[in-house]
Every structure is written in structure tokens, then in C-alpha cells.
Design a protein around this ligand. Structure first.
Ligand code: HEM
Length: 154
């Protein structure tokens, strides 16, 4: 058993699920309530603040563990010349875009909730979180393709 590799793969999977799941939950469970005016600005700000923390911690841990995993399984040639390498590079691009969109979307929410507003910030943030949700799903599809490729099914 190689405990560092096991820890890297497990941590990567845990934070992949936590991050993508949290983004999807905010987009499809929380923001609609705020747009309808059926919650208050305080709880929306608090939930969005927690999502920002989850997003930053997950992004950092995914970068560290993913970088380690890539160093174990790829060389600079296999990263750019193989199907699996392209999937990993797309994962990095999606990672960056998801992180950026969550930051911008969260700022849109807190810019309004700081002034006690609810519906307007939820409306302003919605497009960013919708795109972030698509990226989160693409990341999960990408991870599934990596698994299928590793198992020789692709
Ligand atoms: C800087 C960002 C990232 C890097 C460098 C990275 C890198 C990697 C690498 C090298 C692997 C193993 C590939 C292989 O076994 O051939 C992997 C697997 C995986 N990644 Fe990422 N990743 C990153 C971000 C993410 C994100 C944001 C998610 C969120 C969904 C994610 C989810 C996964 C999952 C679930 C696997 C397991 C697939 C498997 O090995 O069966 N990764 N990643």
C-alpha cells in the first residue's frame, strides 16, 4: 500500500464531490428561493459565504492533490500526447473556470446582500452560477471519462 497516493486520490475525490455538489445545490436549491423572495438576505449571504470557503479550500486541495497525481501518472509528453493527458488538461482548465465563476457569482450576491437586498443580487448572480453548474457537471463527466480510460474502456 502507498499511503500518500491513496490519500491524494481519496482527498481528490472527496473535494471533487463536495465542490461540484455545493455549486449545484446553491444554483438549483438556494438561488431560486432568493429570487422568489422566500428567504432573507442574511441567510443568503451566509450560505454564499460558506460556498466561497468550500470553493477556495476545494480548489486548493484539488490543485495540490491533482498536481501530485499528474506527477505520478504522466510526463510532460504523455500529458500533451495522449487521450488521458488531454482529459487531465481539460480538468485543469475547467477547474480554473469553475473557481473564477464561483468567485464572481459570490461577489454579485454579497454586493447586494450587504445592502439588505435579496432578489436583485440573486438575479445578478444566477447566470454565473448556471455556467458554473454546467462546468461542475462537465468536470464530473471528465472524471468519469478518466476512470473509464484508466480501466481501458475508452
Ligand atoms: C488543478 C486541478 C486538477 C488537476 C491537476 C487534476 C488532476 C487529476 C489527475 C492527474 C487525475 C488522475 C488521472 C489518472 O488517473 O489518469 C485526476 C482524477 C480525478 N479528478 Fe482531477 N484534477 C484537477 C481538478 C479536479 C476537479 C476540479 C475535479 C472535480 C470534479 C476533479 C475530479 C477528479 C476525479 C473524480 C478523479 C478520479 C478519476 C479516477 O482516477 O478514476 N479533478 N485528476
Amino acid at each position: 500500500m502507498e499511503p500518500i497516493e491513496v490519500a491524494a486520490w481519496v482527498t481528490h475525490s472527496v473535494f471533487a464531490g463536495l465542490w461540484t455538489g455545493s455549486v449545484l445545490f446553491l444554483t438549483f436549491a438556494v438561488l431560486p428561493l432568493a429570487r422568489d423572495g422566500t428567504m432573507k438576505a442574511g441567510p443568503l449571504a451566509s450560505i454564499t459565504g460558506k460556498l466561497t470557503t468550500v470553493s477556495r479550500v476545494s480548489a486548493l486541495l484539488l490543485l495540490i492533490t491533482g498536481g501530485h497525481m499528474a506527477a505520478q501518472r504522466y510526463t510532460s509528453e504523455t500529458l500533451v500526447e495522449t487521450q488521458a493527458g488531454w482529459l487531465v488538461l481539460s480538468m485543469v482548465a475547467l477547474w480554473f473556470l469553475l473557481m473564477a465563476l464561483v468567485e464572481v457569482g459570490s461577489k454579485k450576491v454579497t454586493a447586494g446582500t450587504d445592502q439588505g437586498k435579496l432578489r436583485e443580487p440573486a438575479r445578478n448572480a444566477r447566470p454565473f452560477f448556471l455556467v458554473a453548474s454546467v462546468l461542475a457537471l462537465l468536470l464530473l463527466v471528465n472524471a468519469g471519462l478518466i476512470s473509464a480510460n484508466t480501466l481501458g474502456f475508452l
